[in-house]
Design a protein around this ligand. Structure first.
Ligand code: HEC
Ligand code: HEC
Ligand code: HEC
Ligand code: HEC
Ligand code: HEC
Ligand code: HEC
Ligand code: HEC
Length: 410
């Protein structure tokens, strides 16, 4: 078995050099040196190097103003099919006013008992386009408005209220109850009595300062027009929009409308102009990057890593030893929901692991079928939410530790 230490071994010849080069050209990563994981490992924050990444790895790119952002609708005019994919992807649904959601209608009138606090019940209500929850304990009733629904609900939706919208004193309440994809309404991760995060009380968790900022930053495109280190709900751009990944679009749209040559239509972050490592930085800014993780957490048994795809993928021999030919978009369309068709992933595995290739050892167990079920199984990363483990490897199932609460993601 190959070493899982990144950057320690010189890469052996790739499985099939010519097909890898073709693939590399398709991916646009040819000519870029594969930087060992070690370089980023030692950096505390992902540090964008390539100039294209300006604006892409941070929620608030330097040198741009709010007016440079034109919004997803403007992109849809000329990229209609990408817009349709993006619209159903979690990225475009991850931060919305709570009352606008069908979920608010579904929960209206629903009563939930507080499993940890006998005698306490919660009920949701939607009145005059305002969504709220009431907590009842004996004669006491607390009514808490719900401003935002966080998370598409593909896994879960957590409710937030803005208690102070002054950017300097921005204060949030993360509600005690979260709606999970299985239809249950349960305690929000990190608020259980066994693992209460700082600020947790009977009504939820109060977030101020950096904590409130952090909660927002990965679910939006821009936290504030005026001060990049604050949240301003009046000038923020919610959800992970086209321009969160590609950078502000005004200049591109104006050039396209003028009919400029396609060569002059480059976006700050566009296909063909970045390496696999750059992509790890882009996606890893939110899906987490190994440079943000304590080294001790990067071990095969840590099931919580399953939630952090770039962290897992970058430990895989596939990533380390394929000279920059493997990135998220080898398996996923960055715009669409992840495919649920296992055979599509098998085809990708086999594009490198060709059973017929003389220099490749085919899988001794299953040379041509069903790769992900054994090498990328779903793992409980906490709260019963199961993620496909992106640390592709030969697994010893006895190694899996049950998820704890120490490295809670949020
Ligand atoms: C008026 C039409 C028009 C609009 C509006 C438009 N585009 Fe484009 N876009 C084009 C054309 C034409 C190209 C070049 C041919 C192609 O790749 O489809 C292009 C190419 C691109 C590329 C690949 C270019 C590169 O190398 O970076 C990206 C990424 C892109 N557009 C994103 C966007 C985003 C994001 C928006 C919204 C902010 C947007 N476009 C709005 C017409 C448009
Ligand atoms: C600004 C932060 C951010 C960036 C950058 C980002 N993501 Fe995400 N991504 C999220 C969030 C938040 C979700 C959860 C959205 C939800 O379902 O509420 C998500 C969800 C996803 C999903 C699941 C979508 C679904 O519909 O189930 C995929 C796949 C994904 N991201 C891939 C990527 C890839 C690949 C990149 C880089 C090209 C990337 N993401 C960049 C924040 C980000
Ligand atoms: C470092 C980036 C980051 C921060 C900070 C962050 N999130 Fe997320 N969040 C993500 C990504 C990436 C996903 C998608 C993968 C996953 O579910 O873990 C996600 C998923 C979610 C989901 C599930 C969405 C779904 O249905 O798939 C919820 C709910 C959520 N986040 C709420 C929060 C809340 C509340 C906070 C603040 C207390 C927060 N997040 C802070 C990056 C972040
Ligand atoms: C999560 C990050 C992310 C978001 C959000 C996103 N893109 Fe992309 N987009 C990418 C990546 C990464 C590529 C390059 C794919 C590759 O290299 O194969 C890309 C490629 C493109 C291209 C080049 C043609 C293609 O299909 O590869 C266009 C055009 C484009 N995006 C437009 C858009 C538009 C329009 C939106 C919003 C509706 C959008 N993107 C949202 C990450 C994103
Ligand atoms: C871009 C090419 C590429 C893709 C795509 C790819 N791999 Fe790999 N993989 C490699 C390389 C290179 C190695 C290291 C040399 C070797 O073991 O063949 C490797 C190693 C492995 C190993 C041995 C791991 C270890 O720690 O020894 C397994 C198992 C594996 N891959 C499974 C998969 C599966 C399953 C998929 C699809 C989900 C996949 N690979 C996709 C290139 C790739
Ligand atoms: C070798 C193929 C492969 C690569 C590379 C890959 N993924 Fe995945 N990804 C998968 C598979 C398989 C699934 C599970 C699909 C399903 O639901 O059946 C998945 C699912 C996901 C999900 C949905 C959460 C879940 O577990 O259901 C997210 C988010 C995601 N991937 C993000 C990423 C990001 C970010 C990258 C780059 C760091 C990446 N993926 C690279 C194969 C891959
Ligand atoms: C039923 C579970 C299962 C399936 C399905 C499966 N594998 Fe494996 N794979 C294993 C096990 C177990 C090993 C370790 C075998 C050993 O060491 O004797 C392994 C080993 C490997 C290795 C390392 C080979 C070596 O000698 O270095 C690669 C590469 C690999 N698998 C790729 C794949 C690919 C690609 C697929 C899909 C075509 C796949 N596997 C499907 C269980 C599976």
């Amino acid at each position: 078995m190959a070493s899982n230490e990144p950057g320690t071994d010189a890469p052996p010849p790739p499985p099939d050099a010519s097909s890898q080069i073709r693939e590399a050209i398709l991916l646009g990563v040819v000519g870029l040196v594969a930087v060992g994981g070690l370089l980023w490992w030692t950096a505390r924050e992902p540090e964008p190097e390539a100039s294209e990444l300006r604006g892409a790895t941070s929620a608030h790119p330097a040198g741009f103003t709010r007016a440079d952002f034109v919004g997803d609708d403007a992109c849809a005019d000329c990229h209609p099919s990408i817009a349709v994919y993006h619209e159903r992807n979690g990225h475009s649904r991850t931060f919305r006013p709570a009352a606008d959601r069908a979920l608010a209608q579904q929960l209206d009138g629903r009563e939930v008992v507080d499993f940890e606090r006998p005698g306490v019940t919660w009920s949701f209500l939607l009145e005059d386009d305002r969504f709220a929850v009431e907590r009842r304990q004996g004669d006491r009733v607390d009514r808490l408005p719900i401003d935002y629904a966080f998370g598409s609900g593909y896994h879960a939706t957590t409710f937030l209220s803005v208690l102070d919208d002054d950017p300097r004193d921005f204060t949030l309440r993360e509600h005690r109850l979260t709606s999970y994809a299985d239809g249950s309404v349960r305690i929000t991760p990190g608020q259980g009595m066994d693992e209460p995060s700082p600020g947790t009380d009977a009504l939820g968790r109060i977030l101020t300062g950096e904590d409130a900022f952090d909660c927002i930053k990965c679910h939006v495109t821009l936290t504030s027009m005026t001060d990049p280190d604050t949240v301003d709900v009046h000038s923020m751009i919610p959800t992970v929009s086209c321009e969160r990944c590609h950078g502000p679009g005004r200049a591109h749209v104006e050039a396209a409308r003028r009919g400029d040559h396609p060569d002059d239509l480059a976006m700050p972050f566009g296909p063909g102009r970045y390496s696999a490592n750059d992509q790890m930085l882009l996606c890893g800014a939110c899906h987490r990057h190994p440079s943000q993780a304590p080294v001790a957490a990067l071990r095969p048994g840590n099931s919580e890593l399953a939630r952090f795809q770039p962290v897992g993928l970058m430990q895989s021999a596939c990533y380390i030893e394929s000279n920059g030919a493997l990135s998220c978009t080898t398996c996923h369309d960055a715009h669409d929901r992840p495919s649920r068709d296992a055979s599509s992933y098998t085809a990708t595995c086999l594009s490198c692991h060709k059973p017929s290739h003389p220099s490749q050892t085919p899988c001794p167990v299953s040379p041509s079928q069903d790769c992900t079920s054994c090498h990328m199984p779903r793992v409980d990363a906490g709260q019963g939410i199961r993620f496909a483990d992106h640390w592709i490897r030969v697994r010893d199932d006895t190694e899996v530790e049950p998820p704890g609460d120490a490295s809670r993601p949020h």
